[in-house]
Write a protein of this length. Structure first.
Ligand code: NAP
Length: 484
């Protein structure tokens, strides 16, 4: 069993550009433990020049990596999967330390995150083109796929491993090189991953990691550089929009995995116990700090009281708030004080407008950034919590009467990442799933993420897909060769 001390003593803290390198000027920034508010370690603080160094390395490696046989690329990806799996406990503990989530959540993320290397090691050898005779008889049409070229990935703090591997796996499988700029709150997991990729035989320059406290300044020269060909971003809608604007100059290919405001719709014919079990997963996975987290529970008025009572009872029984590394903990702290304040404001706003606190509802005093599992009932339509992403363990529950009303309420948001629906009626399940304005729908399931499925949103939740057979397309350009 690996200890906290061992993990922190061995964790890489330098930039990774063909190996560990100091940031220009040897500047560093602190990484905090959300359970205590104390500094864990200092990590290299990249400058814009360091970012350009990483792009130089990516450009230098691009042609050879694209020309590396797909089987060989796949085997390196598979070796990375094996190495992450062998060091799963170390990855899990490191994530818990820098991000706060409970250890079982971190272990789940290690399994999920590693799986993108295995899945895309298998997809690397399945990049197909097309061949046909022109219908006019005037020649032959050959279509083939090529890597788009050097990519920049910018990732959030909530899934420090998986939000990176969902991008790195398909990019590398497609033959692209990639620079990753992880969130400043959780840079360590990505640095460890880069080291593991190097140990697994990934050539220098194919994957670089630049950690920085100045995300805008450090990524700008890359977005301005015509050698960069793609930006893939996971994070907030606000930052995503600004990055799409900045990418326009270089006409970069872009993929945007942005914010969510997932509705969880429970019909009167649903299995209420199963719905409560699904609600717990959809709400509390990753402590509620997930883009897929159920943000609002729309429940048919005939089963509203039963669902709410059972949800409160299940949370009371099953949730143990505490430091993520404590073996009894099921709900860790939030990422930082700012996030605690955001959750607090949204709850206070709903309560001021008449919502009833059925459980929790009050941030804990420090040390650490803790907010308890919370259930709100009688939440009025005007409450901000129904429109804004709460990113915490808070479940607002509201009633509806007809199917049309339930679907309309679910769709009443600018976001469209995922929706959940609980019903025993197959016709209704399909009808409602088709009517929900989101990129993904969970039917009688509280967790939908799967490396073999296309993950992504519509509306303000972005565009592009990660995972599945679709995931690799984001890193391929189509070339048409006309033949006689
Ligand atoms: P964020 O503030 O948008 O940050 C995401 C990343 O962008 C971080 O690496 C951040 O660096 C960087 N960044 C911030 N401003 C930037 C700028 N001006 N230029 C370049 N990079 C910039 O989001 P977050 O708070 O980390 O993550 C939470 C959000 O991510 C939520 O809205 C959640 O729904 C969304 N999310 C979406 C998905 C999905 O698949 N749809 C998955 C997970 C999370 P710093 O850390 O240094 O600020």
């Amino acid at each position: 069993m690996v200890s906290e001390r061992e993990v922190l003593e061995s964790v890489p803290t330098k930039l990774w550009i063909g190996g560990p390198v100091e940031a220009t000027g040897a500047a560093t920034f602190p990484v905090y433990d959300p359970a205590t508010g104390k500094v864990l370690v200092e990590v290299a603080d990249a400058t814009p020049q360091d970012a350009v160094r990483a792009l130089d390395a990516a450009v230098a490696a691009q042609a050879d990596w694209a020309a590396t046989p797909a089987r060989e690329r796949g085997e390196i990806l598979r070796a990375v999967f094996d190495r992450i799996t062998a060091r799963a406990e170390e990855f899990a503990l490191l994530m818990t330390l820098e991000m706060g989530k409970a250890l079982p959540e971190s272990r789940n993320e290690v399994r999920y995150g590693a799986e993108f290397f295995r899945w895309f090691s298998e997809e690397a050898v399945r990049i197909h083109g097309r061949f046909l005779h022109a219908p006019s008889g005037s020649g032959r049409i050959m279509v083939h796929k090529q890597p788009v070229g050097p990519c920049l990935a910018i990732t959030p703090w909530n899934f420090p491993l998986a939000m990176g591997t969902r991008k790195i796996g398909p990019a590398l499988a497609a033959g692209c090189t990639m620079i990753v700029k992880p969130a400043s709150a959780t840079p360590l997991t990505m640095l460890l991953l880069a080291q593991v990729c190097g140990e697994a035989g990934l050539p220098d320059g194919v994957l670089s990691v630049i950690t920085s406290s100045k995300s805008g300044a450090v990524t700008q020269p890359l977005l301005d550089d015509p050698r960069l060909r793609k930006l893939t971003f996971t994070g907030s809608t606000e930052v995503g929009k600004s990055l799409v604007e900045k990418s326009a100059n270089g006409l970069l290919r872009t993929s945007m995995e942005l914010g969510g405001n997932a509705p969880f719709v429970v019909f009167d014919d649903a299995d209420i116990d199963a719905a409560v079990e699904g609600a717990l997963l959809a709400k509390l996975r990753n402590g509620g700090e997930a883009c897929t987290a159920a943000n609002r529970f729309h429940v048919h008025n005939d089963v509203l009281a039963e669902f709410t009572d059972k949800l409160v009872a299940a949370m009371t029984e099953q949730v143990k708030l505490g430091p993520g590394s404590d073996p009894d903990t099921t709900l860790g702290p939030l990422i930082n004080e700012e996030q605690v304040n955001i959750v607090r404001e949204l709850v206070d706003d709903a309560v001021a407008l008449g919502a009833r606190v059925r459980l929790g509802g009050k941030a804990h005093d420090g040390p650490g950034w803790f907010y308890p599992a919370t259930v709100l009932s009688d939440v009025p339509q005007e409450a901000r919590i129904l429109r804004e992403e709460v990113f915490g363990p808070v479940a607002p529950v509201i009633g509806f009467d007809t199917e049309e009303e339930g679907v309309a309420a679910a769709n009443d948001t600018q976001f469209g990442l995922v929706s959940y629906v609980y019903t025993r009626d197959l016709d209704r399940a399909l009808r409602v799933a088709e009517g929900l304005e989101s990129g993904m729908v969970g039917v009688n399931r509280g967790v939908i993420s799967d490396p073999a499925a296309p993950f992504g949103g519509v509306k303000a939740s972005g565009f592009g897909r990660e995972g599945g057979t679709e995931g690799i397309e984001e890193y391929l350009s189509t070339k048409y060769i006309a033949l006689t």
